[in-house]
Design a binder for this molecule. Sequence first.
Ligand SMILES: [Zn+2]
Length: 248
Amino acid sequence: MARSWVSRSIEALSELVWRPPCGLCDRPATTQGFCTNCDRKLQGTLLPRDRAWSLAIADRPLLAYGLYDGALKRAIAALKYGGQTRLARPLGHTLGRLWLEPEPAGAIGAAVQRAKRLDPVVIPIPLHENRQRQRGFNQAELLAESFCDVTGLRLLRSGLRRVRDTEAQFALNRGDRAANLRDAFAIGPALLREPPQRVLLLDDIYTSGATVQAAIAGLRAAGWSVAAVAVVARSAREIAPAPKRRDS
Ligand SMILES: [Zn+2]
């Protein structure tokens, strides 16, 4: 009897102090969800301010935490496919802090300033309901929640609906991606009662821009416009500036 009381107490105590291990390895995690080693690797993927911002579709500012590679790529995979939803918090918070940082210099900075002044509402890129049912959550929505916690921007979680169940984009080339996504998005029913506003689209990854382009079209059809885009990772291959050629 006394023994079971003791073991129960130990169990209760260990539950209090137990924390799930790092999202990327088996080491003990800090409150951020990663171990100090993986956290350092993730910090290493953070883009400097002048590269975190770029201009994407029709010169809209695009904010990215980092490039889709290394520890950041593994963190997104753990969140999306490993079901480690707690990782959305540190990633979304960091993205939010980047939004609040001073703008970079030059033309990009001016475009970012204009977008921020519009005080956009945040709409996460939705999954089709079939995919969402399978996965049990939408990673973009979880990221947007944490992003909005930090930035104070308003979250419209069902602002968009994915009306077509599009096949996996990664198997397609650039032209086919755009065709595959045509008419894939429509404005969410909740937004029909609101006057059109400026939007910040939020997603986990930006690759060819085809998804964002389709979401912009879906919003535009209802009179809403997209002021900026924020993603955790953007493809290193498709929109990073070409490296300067060295004369030697
Ligand atoms: Zn780790």
